[in-house]
Design a protein. Structure first.
Length: 154
């Protein structure tokens, strides 16, 4: 059974060849980084494998997409401070915990900022208020973890 992406679509396997070309195996055609970015933006889970050895290159390709978009934008997603922190935290022994916290913060942001969500007034729904309180607490824990890690790394 195929793994599903965010929009309920099957995941797509992209093969990366030595000549740097990307091949979408589900559609039997070559694609660009912009095509891959569009697929991800639409909720498709993308997996990129080296054509010869089958090495998983997904993280590198997704990071490449982010950084190429950063280079093209005057008001990027990641400012220098965040990038410096990420580089410092790369050596931290508990970086997996940080990755989960970042994923949670991104989910919370997407849910709060997404067009599908209709904000409720505070106090209108006790369960929603509790969820927002948990999210705020997690964001504060993430902030403190980053600060603590930076102090230890310096």
């Amino acid at each position: 059974m195929a793994e599903l992406g965010e929009a309920g679509r099957p995941s797509v396997v992209i093969r990366k060849y030595a000549n740097r070309r990307l091949y979408d195996t589900s559609r039997s055609r070559y694609v660009t980084l912009d095509d891959v970015a569009r697929m991800v933006g639409e909720g498709t889970r993308v997996r990129v494998l080296a054509a010869g050895k089958g090495t998983d290159l997904t993280r590198q390709i997704l990071a490449q997409i982010i950084f190429e978009r950063e280079r093209e934008s005057s008001d990027g997603l990641l400012d220098e401070t965040v990038l410096h922190r990420l580089i410092r935290l790369r050596r931290h022994p508990e970086r997996g915990v940080l990755s989960r916290h970042i994923a949670g913060a991104l989910d919370a942001f997407a849910n709060r900022e997404g067009p599908k969500i209709t904000p409720r007034p505070v106090g209108d729904d006790l369960e929603t208020d509790r969820a927002h309180a948990r999210i705020d607490a997690l964001q504060e824990r993430l902030r403190k973890l980053i600060e603590e890690t930076e102090r230890k790394g310096d």
